[in-house]
Design a binder for this molecule. Structure first.
Ligand code: FES
Ligand SMILES: [Fe+2]
Length: 375
C-alpha cells in the first residue's frame, strides 16, 4: 500500500499530467475480468432483458426455477438479439426463425434440420452470472477468472438495520469521467442544498492493488436518531450540521462512500461502451441508533425496511440530474480537443486515473496471454 499525506502529490499548475508512456485514461478499456451490475434483480424476470457491457450485448432472464441466466445477446444464426425472443420451459427461443437454446446455450432446435446435425457453432455463448445484494452481475471476462473475484459486496442489502434506495445513472461519457465525479468530493457547490454532506478537507489518499481510498473531514447535515429523522433526506430544511468522517473508495470497477455511521452509498458500474456508462447508485440509511426499532420483532423490522425502501431515491435522482450534465460536458470537451490537458488539483483523481490505466493494461496483457495460448 502507498500513502500520500495531505501535502504531497498536488499537481502544479502547468505540470504535465503523469500519463507519459501510459495508456490515455479516457480511451482505457474496462478490465473484463470483473463482475458488472447489469440490472436490478427485480427487473430480471422470465421475459428476457437486454443489457450491454463494453459493447457486448448480454441477455439475462430467469429459468423455470427462478435462477438467473446470461447468454450473449446475439443469436448465432443471424446475430439478432436473443432478448427479443421468449423464454421457454427449458431455455430461450429466438424471435426470428425460432432456433431454441437451452439455459446453457445449447441449440436444441433449428427448423428443417435434424437435431443430430446441429453444429457446435449454433450454440449460444453463455456468460457467468450471479444474483447478489439486489443486483444481477455478469462476468464478461475469462471464465476461469470468474471464481477468483467476487461482485462488490453490499452487506447492508439484507441487513434489517439499513434502508436501501436505488437510482440509475446513465451518462454519455467514458467511465473514468464518472468515477472521477464520484471520487471528487469538492463539487458540493454543484449540488447546493441537495447534498446532505459537504467535504471540508482531503486528509489522506491511500492506494492498494485495485483500490483507491480518500478520507475527507466533512460535515454531515443529517443524523438518524428518530424514525422521522429519515425525512431529512427529503427535506433539507430539517437538516443540522454534524462533524463526520467521509471515506470514498474506488474498488475497481465500483465505488463506495461512507459518511459517518448513518449513510453508505455505492455506485455499481456497468460501462456499456467507450462513451456510455450506466451506474446504479445504492444508498443505505442506518437505523442503528433507533433502539426501540432494533428491539422490535423481525417481522416488524422487515415491514419497516420494505415500507421505507427508496426513501432517498428522490435525493439520489436530484444529485444524478446535476452530475450527469457536468460529466457529459467533460466528455464533450475532451472529444473536441483531446490534446488539451485539464488542470486537476485533487490528487485523489490522479490515483484514480492510475488505477483505471493499470486495470486497462492488465486487461490488455491478459488478452495477449490468452491469444498466445490459443495459438
Ligand atoms: S436469427 Fe435467430 S433463429 Fe434466425
Ligand atoms: Fe456529485
Amino acid at each position: 500500500m502507498t500513502r500520500d499525506d495531505a501535502n504531497e502529490g498536488v499537481a502544479r499548475p502547468g505540470a504535465r499530467p503523469d500519463i507519459e508512456g501510459r495508456e490515455p485514461v479516457r480511451e482505457a478499456s474496462i478490465n473484463h475480468d470483473h463482475w458488472y451490475a447489469v440490472a436490478r434483480a427485480d427487473e430480471v424476470r422470465r421475459e428476457p432483458l437486454g443489457a450491454v457491457i463494453w459493447d457486448r450485448p448480454v441477455c439475462v432472464f430467469r429459468d423455470a426455477d427462478g435462477a438467473v441466466r446470461a447468454l450473449e445477446d446475439r443469436c448465432p444464426h443471424r446475430l439478432v438479439r436473443l432478448s427479443l425472443g421468449r423464454v421457454t420451459g427449458d431455455g430461450i427461443e429466438c424471435r426470428y426463425h425460432g432456433w431454441r437454446f437451452t439455459n446453457d446455450g445449447r441449440c436444441l432446435h433449428v427448423a428443417g434440420l435434424d437435431p443430430a446435425r446441429i453444429p457446435e457453432a449454433a450454440h449460444a455463448k453463455v456468460l457467468p452470472v450471479r444474483e447478489q445484494d439486489g443486483f444481477v452481475w455478469v462476468f464478461p471476462g475469462r471464465r476461469e477468472s470468474a471464481e477468483t473475484v467476487r461482485p462488490m459486496p453490499m452487506p447492508e442489502w439484507d441487513d434489517l438495520d439499513f434502508i436501501a434506495s436505488v437510482a440509475p445513472m446513465s451518462c454519455e461519457a467514458h467511465f473514468s469521467f464518472v468515477i472521477e465525479n464520484l471520487m471528487d468530493m469538492y463539487h458540493d457547490r454543484l449540488h447546493q442544498r441537495h447534498q446532505p454532506w459537504s467535504a471540508d478537507a482531503l486528509l489522506e489518499v491511500t492506494r492498494d492493488e485495485g483500490r483507491v481510498e480518500a478520507r475527507y473531514s466533512a460535515t454531515a447535515y443529517y443524523r438518524i436518531d428518530r424514525i422521522w429523522s429519515a425525512l431529512q433526506l427529503a427535506l433539507p430544511a430539517l437538516r443540522r450540521p454534524h462533524p463526520a468522517s467521509l471515506v470514498v473508495s474506488y474498488e475497481y470497477p465500483h465505488w463506495k462512500a461512507r459518511l459517518g455511521d448513518d449513510f453508505t452509498l455505492y455506485g455499481v458500474f456497468c460501462p456499456a461502451g467507450p462513451r456510455r456508462t450506466r451506474v446504479h447508485l445504492v444508498q443505505f440509511t442506518s437505523l442503528h441508533r433507533l433502539d426501540s426499532f432494533r428491539k422490535a420483532p423481525v417481522s416488524v423490522r422487515r415491514a419497516v425496511k420494505r415500507c421505507l425502501r427508496n426513501i432517498a431515491r428522490g435525493l439520489l435522482k436530484r444529485l444524478i440530474s446535476q452530475d450527469v450534465p457536468m460529466v457529459e460536458e467533460e466528455q464533450r470537451a475532451y472529444d473536441a480537443a483531446p490534446e488539451r490537458r485539464p488542470l486537476e488539483l485533487n490528487r485523489t483523481l490522479h490515483a484514480v486515473q492510475r488505477l483505471v490505466r493499470n486495470e486497462a493494461r492488465r486487461a490488455a496483457n491478459g488478452a495477449a496471454r490468452a491469444s498466445q495460448q490459443g495459438r
